[in-house]
Design a protein. Structure first.
Length: 416
């Protein structure tokens, strides 16, 4: 509980008085003067320093992260929005622009890793260049008291995870609406060379107006090596229900197709009510992503259209070469099935290996046919030859027989 809520709760100040203090604070911030709310409350004579401190005693979360959150210059922390496996997200007021933002504060162990910090700033910069209504806008990055923080657009709404955790199964049309908006966000980011790497229901937010926003775009992740992936599986990533096989293998050249796989796994969960692969431990789940055949989504939800089932299966193909060749292709198919048309890109997409196999098979078949024809032609000639030979021999035998008969007849006449 922060100062504002604490003093209101203790009836030391009204909401209006606190709002007036916020205004004063914002005005001062615009002049480059950062004053805490507590100081303003005291200066304005609303309460004494002791009263403020007493009111907060029982309510304030005094963990070190909260303390650091309250010391981010230029921002006033209002309340805690949520806690992920890796970080805490706070609702805050950006004093200079007098607007509400969300601030994600990373844990110390990541802030102390120089390689991670370098990536954190690099990706933060790249994310700040993105501009899409479907991406939670990155606003600022920085560090305060040894903690790195990421300031972003505040989204009022729920996450897809909130729905799924209540056991909600999305209708095909509802899921398509959400997935198309995320695909648009991804197409925009991928076009600028940015990969999300952690697409999942918890990172998809939906506003009251049904605008979908992809969160954590441009937030650097812990390194994608196999060991870290396995190590962090239960901790930083949560159970890896949506992670791509190549990320599990710790491949280094992760590209947009990893995001397509994760979005496919999210889509699968939304329309079937089940994660694609479940297991008793993170490593059991990861093993299934690598090895186990996917139960087609329309086998679980038989009301799914063939087109949607086909799209999900292509998105979740284990070999990324067989997934969509681009996020734009995926988007085209999602829009086509929404219109009730077939997913043409999915049908056009055939594994290059399979294409080669088909070509080889065709070549072999043609060759076999040619060989058979040639063999047939050859055997005809042999037959023709042998028939002519047979006739010749028959005539010769007949002639010999006739000659022998005429000799017998002559001898008979001479003896007579
Ligand atoms: N921009 C935002 N606006 C409003 N709320 C947000 C915003 N970003 C995150 N949140 C809230 O904070 C929570 C924690 O977010 P965070 O990204 O730390 O973890 P997560 O995505 O939920 O899970 P995980 O740590 O497993 O990735 C989210 O579930 C969401 O409710
Ligand atoms: Mg998140």
């Amino acid at each position: 509980m922060m100062i504002a809520q604490a003093v209101i709760k203790a009836r030391l100040a009204t909401q209006d008085e606190v709002n007036a203090c916020f205004k004063t604070q914002a005005e001062l911030a615009r002049k480059g003067e950062y004053v805490t709310l507590k100081d303003i409350l005291v200066q304005e004579g609303i309460c004494t320093r002791n009263q403020v401190e007493r009111s907060m005693k029982h309510d304030v979360l005094e963990d070190s992260m909260t303390r650091s959150a309250r010391h981010i210059p230029g921002y006033h922390i209002i309340s805690k929005l949520g806690q992920g496996a890796m970080a805490t997200v706070w609702k805050a007021r950006q004093l200079s622009l007098d607007r509400i933002v969300a601030i994600k504060i990373l844990p110390k162990r990541l802030s102390e890793n120089p390689e991670f910090v370098e990536r954190f700033y690099k990706e933060g910069k790249a994310a700040a260049k993105l501009n899409s209504p479907n991406i939670v806008q990155a606003i600022d990055v920085g560090d305060a008291q040894g903690y790195h923080y990421f300031v972003m657009e505040y989204v009022e709404g729920k996450t897809v995870y909130d729905d799924l955790s209540k056991g909600r199964v999305y209708s095909e049309a509802e899921a398509l609406d959400v997935i198309i908006q995320v695909a648009k966000a991804l197409a925009h980011a991928h076009g600028k060379g940015l990969i999300h790497r952690d697409v999942k229901p918890k990172n998809i937010m939906i506003t009251k107006e049904n605008v979908v926003k992809l969160a954590d775009m441009g937030l650097a992740r812990a390194k994608d090596d196999k060991e870290t992936a396995a190590q962090e599986a239960g901790r930083a990533y949560g159970t890896p229900y949506y992670i791509s096989p190549e990320q599990i293998r710790g491949e280094l050249d992760i590209d947009f197709r990893a995001d397509i796989y994760s979005l496919g796994a999210t889509f699968y969960h939304m329309v079937t009510g089940r994660v694609p692969f479940d297991g008793a431990s993170p490593s059991a789940v990861m093993h299934k992503h690598l090895k186990e055949l996917l139960l087609p989504p329309d086998h679980i939800n038989t009301s799914l259209s063939a087109g949607v089932a086909e799209i999900i299966e292509i998105m979740m193909t284990k070999n990324r070469n067989s997934r969509y060749a681009s996020t734009e292709d995926l988007l085209q198919d999602l829009q086509a099935v929404t219109r009730g048309e077939p997913p043409l890109q999915a049908r056009r997409r055939v594994d290059p290996k399979l294409l080669k196999n088909i070509a080889d098979m065709e070549k072999r078949a043609v060759k076999q046919a040619e060989d058979a024809a040639a063999e047939a032609a050859n055997s005809d000639t042999v037959m023709q030859i042998s028939t002519a030979e047979q006739t010749k021999w028959t005539i010769m035998i007949l002639l010999a027989v006739m000659l022998a008969l005429s000799w017998i007849f002559i001898i008979y006449l001479l003896h007579k």
